[in-house]
Design a protein around this ligand. Structure first.
Ligand code: ZN
Length: 238
């Protein structure tokens, strides 16, 4: 059932980099949601079972309390890809996410673009964020999501060497434009979701009120269609 999208496994780094860059182009490779040079990248899980994971990027921030209330009312778990810097700023909010039974994932410390960065920077960004996530009391697997979905060489190498799974998404209903309305977000999410989908929403800032307001509608419509909401690591274990 599970099929992690295996990326190119390398024995001869230079050859593979060259071939892949030729095949996909460096730019597409950097931005690809399904291809990564090293390690495991998942953008959805291949299954016939109607399971779906809701993932929420960035934060925690001042809107986190409202996000948690919305999820509680909808009765769904979510996976929060948080940044280490914002976790350090709002340790109480990080703990509140964990206490509510949700999952935490690593979205780097500073949310910088993780391309053309050295190995020291990669390790620092990821390890500082892991430490904040653990300090919040989360003890499950910590998957990783690159800011802006961007990665090229140094980042995937680190993730591979540390046996970390990169998680992107296959449903992105609020990224079409910054002012996508609630109905459009709900409709897009429902249209694009299939068994094993990973939905990305940005709900962490006041400017993203429409995304937050779309959660009840997305949950109701997908449930009516027989879907069950799970966290990312539950989905990966499927
Ligand atoms: Zn982000």
């Amino acid at each position: 059932m599970r099929s992690r999208l295996r990326t190119v496994l390398v024995s001869t780094v230079v050859v593979v980099i060259t071939l892949t860059v030729v095949a996909f182009g460096g730019f597409e490779l950097m931005n690809s949601r399904t291809v990564q040079l090293f390690g495991t990248l998942v953008n959805r899980v291949d299954t016939d079972e109607k399971v779906v994971a809701l993932t929420l990027d960035d934060g925690p921030s001042t809107t986190t309390g409202e996000v948690l209330r919305t999820l509680d009312e909808a009765g769904v778990p979510a996976t929060f890809y948080v940044t280490g810097d914002e976790m350090a700023e709002h340790p109480d909010l990080g703990r509140a996410i964990v206490d509510a039974g949700h999952e935490l994932g690593n979205h780097t410390a500073s949310h910088r673009r993780m391309v053309f960065v050295g190995p020291g920077t990669v390790a620092d960004e990821i390890e500082r964020t892991d430490a904040e996530i653990r300090a919040a009391g989360y003890d499950g697997e910590i998957t990783f999501r690159p800011p802006y979905g961007k990665k090229l060489i140094t980042l995937p190498r680190y993730l591979d060497q540390h046996d970390r799974t990169t998680v992107t998404w296959d449903v992105e209903p609020d990224s079409v434009s910054a002012d996508t309305d609630v109905d459009t977000i709900v409709r897009t999410a429902v249209e694009q979701t299939r068994p094993g989908s990973i939905i990305l929403l940005h709900v962490m800032y006041p400017s993203r009120a429409a995304s937050l307001a779309a959660i009840p509608g997305i949950v109701a419509a997908l449930r009516a269609d027989g879907y069950r909401f799970v966290t990312v690591s539950e989905m990966l274990a499927n």
